[in-house]
Write a protein that binds this ligand. Structure first.
Ligand code: NA7
Length: 549
């Protein structure tokens, strides 16, 4: 621990991922005296920590990139349609350098406490390095997927080999050549890591509790002509993103002039219920398995959804040609679209390899970790390396672990015991001038998250500007507005496959033992949400209490 020192600031930003970096830039432009604190040794947040083999964006990078700087947009050349982690990390480092953000960041430092002094209207933020920051504003840019989840297996520490978590992968990389590797978890991270690890390892055993519905990613090297055209079209792309409820426009490249003599392009049906069983199979044949994600009725009609699930399972049986593996990999008993969409590169192909096997934890559960491997109720497995791809205590995990105390010394974690309570995903009652970027109750992870991050950062920065210019001491939500918003968020999720009774996911918090079940993000869409945020401001920060100095 270094010597303790107190610094007086206007704002503290916690975290320097995509949200933190842009937040620093905005507050710098406003001329505020700020400090950002970062646990890692570099910038990037999720793109700094998740460096496991195969980690890459699950959206086209043209759209999953900052829109705030036209210059940055023009000067950065992406090399893949869905960029991999190393390239995204490089881009974020470039962003930090280009806008001179590093001077405001203290690396290798974790915030431990943020305590509000009501009389002085000051937050005291302390770190594990002994720093003490006295600040008017505190902004959590800690991300939605930051706190790794480790399953509490019996004797987990007894394993004598190497243990890794996909979300804490060593910076120097790991050589798995010739190793016997076990991986626990087949969500987005497992699905990306398994094909890559399979290529290196002597043997790979995937321990899988819930098989996933996953669809082939359409990644490819970036075509330079496509990139040049996208750069030329960027204003239009960003405009379309703003007008879409997911913050995505699915940019397809240059618009080609219509040939009046061309035969109409075949398109799949809109609804699975509108076509016969034979036509359904034909459409899978014609358009690929991804067609199942295009039938709108599968998103709200359980019968349509189950038909799609059955077709998915049949497709797997045909593709794998191995009944045991296909059965183990087949998602059952929960609907398509319940979890966050997963896309993959040769995931099922990996299971065709002789060195890859699967243990279906629905049939046999883990009894304990042993010094040489793992024992299930059925068998004992030996391996050299144990990889946890077991996800995160999402959305609330990081914030709830910190000692964040607002008015009357109340602990934020206590306020959120039964589930997070925020007004618009921005602030909680009793925590004045304390903001969260993409907090629970905002679209965040059910949208193009960077699109949502930019909107939140701009809203928070504009709000701080308003407070400063109008000599306003504090902003915090009114209890009634917060209660109404939580209700509104719950209503928006009703009827969705994401909240179906048979659905379990990190959106619902059910991946973490003891975490109350409740859908945390706001499903109404980014355009709707942005308009709601703008309306609140137009009405003089409706639902917020503003106290003048
Ligand atoms: P996810 O999507 O939460 O996946 C974690 C996986 O680990 C999932 O298959 C879990 O099964 C499994 N898991 C978790 N705990 C256990 C235990 N105790 N035993 C066996 N298996 C377990 O996390 P990811 O890191 O893959 O992806 C998170 C997001 O990052 C993703 O959505 C993208 O946005 C990027 P379960 O489904 O809970 O039964």
């Amino acid at each position: 621990m270094s010597d303790s020192q107190t610094t007086v600031l206007d704002a503290v930003v916690v975290g320097t991922g995509m949200a933190g970096l842009y937040m620093i830039k905005r507050l710098n432009d406003r001329g505020l005296n700020i400090q950002a604190v970062e646990a890692g040794s570099g910038v990037g947040g999720a793109w700094y920590w998740n460096r496991y083999p195969g980690c890459r964006a699950d959206l086209p990078i043209i759209e999953y990139s900052y829109s705030f700087s036209k210059e940055l947009q023009q000067e950065w050349d992406w090399t893949e349609v869905m960029a991999g982690q190393p390239e995204i990390e490089k881009y974020l480092n470039h962003t930090a350098d280009r806008f001179d953000l590093r001077k405001d960041i203290k690396f290798n430092t974790k915030v431990t406490d943020a305590i509000y002094d009501e009389a002085a209207n000051i937050w005291t933020v302390t770190t594990d390095q002994g720093d003490v920051y006295k600040t008017k504003y505190c902004i959590m840019a800690t991300g939605c997927l930051n706190e790794p989840n480790y399953p509490g297996f019996k004797n987990a520490d007894s394993f004598k080999g190497d243990i890794y978590h996909t979300a804490q992968w060593p910076r120097e990389g790991v050589d798995l050549t010739g190793k016997r590797v076990a991986i626990i978890g087949c969500g987005s991270s497992g699905v990306q890591a398994i094909p890559q690890i399979a290529k290196q390892a002597k043997e790979l055993i995937a321990f899988q509790r819930s098989p996933i519905y996953t669809f082939p990613a359409k990644n490819a090297p970036m075509n330079p002509d496509f990139l040049a055209q996208a750069k030329a079209d960027y204003d239009d792309i960003r405009e379309q993103q703003l007008n879409n409820e997911m913050g995505i426009c699915n940019y397809r490249g240059p618009k080609k002039p219509k040939d009046p003599n061309a035969a109409p392009k075949p398109r799949p049906s809109k609804k699975i219920m509108d076509i016969t069983p034979e036509q359904r199979k034909q459409e899978i044949e014609d358009f690929g398995i991804n067609v199942l994600t295009l039938y709108v009725d599968t998103y709200y009609d359980p019968e349509a959804n189950e038909i799609a699930c059955e077709l998915y399972r049949e497709f797997l049986q045909d593709y794998l040609g191995d009944a045991q593996k296909a059965d183990a990999l087949s998602p059952k008993n929960y609907p398509l679209h319940c979890k966050r969409p997963v896309i993959d590169t040769e995931y099922y192909a990996a299971f065709k390899r002789d060195n890859v096997s699967i243990v279906d934890l629905r049939e046999t559960s883990v009894e304990e970790v042993t010094p040489t491997g793992l024992r299930t109720t059925d068998a004992e497995y030996e391996f050299d390396v144990l990889v946890y791809a077991t996800g995160f205590d999402a959305m609330t995990g990081t914030i709830k672990r910190l000692n964040i105390r607002g008015r009357d010394n109340q602990l934020l974690a206590d306020q959120w015991k039964e589930g997070p309570r925020m007004y618009m995903g921005l602030q909680s009652v009793g925590f004045p001038n304390f903001f969260t970027v993409t907090g629970p109750g905002s679209p965040s992870v059910v949208s193009n998250v960077l699109h949502s991050i930019e909107q939140h950062v701009e809203w928070i920065d504009n709000c701080i500007g308003y407070l400063q210019e109008n000599n306003i001491k504090t902003i915090e939500p009114e209890l009634e507005a917060q209660d109404a918003w939580v209700e509104h968020v719950n209503k928006a999720a009703e009827g969705s496959m994401m909240t179906a009774p048979t659905c379990n996911s990190w959106y619902l918090g059910t991946n973490i033992e003891g975490k109350p079940r409740g859908f945390m993000p706001y499903l109404a869409g980014t355009k709707t949400y942005r308009e709601e945020c703008e309306e609140v401001v137009e009405k003089g920060y409706e639902g917020f209490k503003l106290e003048t100095a």
